[in-house]
Design a protein around this ligand. Structure first.
Ligand SMILES: Nc1ncnc2c1ncn2[C@@H]1O[C@H](COP(=O)(O)OP(=O)(O)OP(=O)(O)O)[C@@H](O)[C@H]1O
Ligand SMILES: [Mg+2]
Length: 349
C-alpha cells in the first residue's frame, strides 16, 4: 500500500504480511490512520468520518491511497483518490462505477473502538454489514444492488418532482423484481449467518444472540403489493417508503431487542461476534482472503475476551493487521511483519 497526504501521513509505503502484520507506535502517531487507509481501499469510505476533507492532510488538496492485492493466480491494483471534487476509485487502471466493486477486490473488515455502533445505532450500519457478506457469497448481488439503488433513485426523483402516478410507476416493475431478488439473497445469507452468530455470541459473551432479517415492508405482502399500499405516503412525502432500503437486521437476546439492555462492553463483544461470524462464513473459494483490521484490541477487550476472539480468528484464512501501543504485543503469536509509526512516519521494525 502507498499512501499520500492521507491525514497525518505525507507519504508512506508498506507491504503487509499475508497472515499477520503488527503496527505499533505511541498515541497520535498514525496507527489508526494506516488502518483507515487499508479500509478505504476496500470500501471507498472511512470508518471514522463521512467528511472527506478530514482525510486530506492539512495543507494538501487531495489524498491518494494505492494498493496492490496479491493472491494465487491474481494480482490487481486499486487506488482511491479524494479531493474537494469527491472520491474516485480505480481498479486495474479503470474507474470503478460503484464503490461496491472495491469490496470484491479487497474484502476488508474492522474491529475498532467504535465497533459497538453496529449494535447500538440505526439499521443502516447493519444493512451495510449484511450486504458486505452477501457481496462475497453471491458476487451477482453487487450488480443487482447497484441496479436497485439506481432505480430507487429514479423513482424517488419522480416522486419528488410530483410526477403523476403512471410516470412514477414506470420504475415499479424493475424495482420489484430486483428488490425481491436482493431480499431473497439477504435472507439466504442471514439463515447461514444466524447459527454462526449464535455460537460465537455464546463463546464471547456466554449468551446467545439471535438475528432476524426484516425485509423492509409488511410481512405477508409482496413488494409489489406493499408499493401499491404505500402510494399515498410515497407521493405525499416524495420518497419510497418500502423495500430493501428499509430492511433491518434485528438483534435479540432471550426474545427481546438487545440495544438498551446490555453494557457497552457487551455491545462491543456482540459486534465482534457479528463481524467474526462473517469472516468465518467467507467463501473459501473466493479469489482473495479477507483482511481483518484490529485497532488496538488490547485496549478494548479484557484478556479473556481477547483470548476467545483470537481463538476464533486464528487458523482462519484471514489477513490480520493489528495496531498496538506496545511493541512487544504478542497475544496473536509472532507477526510476519512489524511496522513502527512515529509522528506520521512509518518504518519496518
Ligand atoms: N487531515 C489531517 N491532517 C493532518 N493531520 C491529521 C489529519 N487528521 C488527523 N490528523 C492527525 O493525525 C494524528 C494521528 O491520528 P491517529 O488516529 O492515526 O493516531 P493513532 O496512532 O491511532 O493514535 P491513538 O493511539 O491515540 O489511537 C493525530 O494527531 C491527528 O491530529
Ligand atoms: Mg488510534
Amino acid at each position: 500500500m502507498q499512501v499520500t497526504d492521507f491525514r497525518c501521513l505525507p507519504i508512506a509505503e508498506l507491504e503487509f504480511d499475508p497472515r499477520f502484520t503488527l503496527i505499533s507506535g505511541p498515541n497520535a502517531s498514525g496507527k489508526t490512520t494506516l488502518l483507515e487507509a487499508v479500509y478505504i481501499l476496500g470500501r471507498g469510505r472511512s470508518f471514522r468520518t463521512r467528511r472527506l476533507e478530514h482525510l486530506i492532510r492539512r495543507g494538501a488538496d487531495r489524498f491518494v491511497v494505492f494498493g496492490e492485492v496479491d493472491s494465487p493466480g491474481r494480482r490487481m491494483t486499486m487506488g482511491v483518490e479524494g479531493s474537494v471534487a469527491g472520491t474516485r476509485a480505480k481498479i486495474d487502471g479503470a474507474f470503478a462505477t460503484s464503490l461496491a466493486e472495491l469490496t470484491l477486490v479487497l474484502p476488508v473488515q474492522i474491529i475498532d473502538p467504535e465497533v459497538h455502533k453496529l449494535v447500538e445505532e440505526g439499521p443502516s450500519r447493519r444493512r451495510r454489514y449484511l450486504d458486505w457478506g452477501v457481496f462475497h457469497v453471491e458476487p451477482d448481488f453487487v450488480a443487482q444492488w447497484q441496479r436497485y439503488h439506481q432505480v430507487l433513485k429514479q423513482r424517488n426523483a419522480a416522486l419528488k418532482a410530483r410526477q403523476p402516478r403512471a410516470l412514477v410507476a414506470i420504475w415499479d416493475e424493475e424495482l420489484v423484481s430486483v428488490g425481491e431478488s436482493l431480499t431473497a439473497a439477504r435472507s439466504r445469507y442471514v439463515a447461514n449467518l444466524a447459527d454462526e452468530v449464535r455460537r460465537l455470541s455464546m463463546t464471547l459473551l456466554g449468551q446467545e444472540l439471535e438475528i432476524q432479517y426484516r425485509c423492509g415492508w409488511a410481512r405477508g405482502l409482496s413488494l409489489a403489493q406493499a408499493l401499491k399500499q404505500s402510494w399515498v405516503t410515497d407521493s405525499e412525502r416524495g420518497l419510497t417508503h418500502v423495500g430493501p432500503q428499509r430492511a433491518e437486521l434485528t438483534l435479540l437476546m432471550g426474545g427481546a431487542p438487545v440495544k438498551d439492555r446490555i453494557s457497552r462492553g457487551q455491545q462491543k463483544l456482540l459486534a465482534a461476534a457479528l463481524l467474526i461470524a462473517q469472516i468465518r462464513l467467507f467463501p473459501p473459494d473466493f479469489p482473495v482472503r479477507p483482511s481483518l483490521l484490529l485497532d488496538d484490541p488490547a485496549a478494548e477487550l479484557d484478556n479473556d475476551s481477547l483470548a476467545s476472539l483470537i481463538n476464533e480468528v486464528s487458523g482462519r484464512a484471514v489477513q490480520l493487521i493489528v495496531t498496538t501501543l506496545q511493541q512487544d504485543f504478542s497475544v496473536f503469536g509472532s507477526p510476519g511483519r512489524r511496522f513502527g509509526v512515529l509522528a506520521g512516519g512509518v518504518r519496518p521494525l
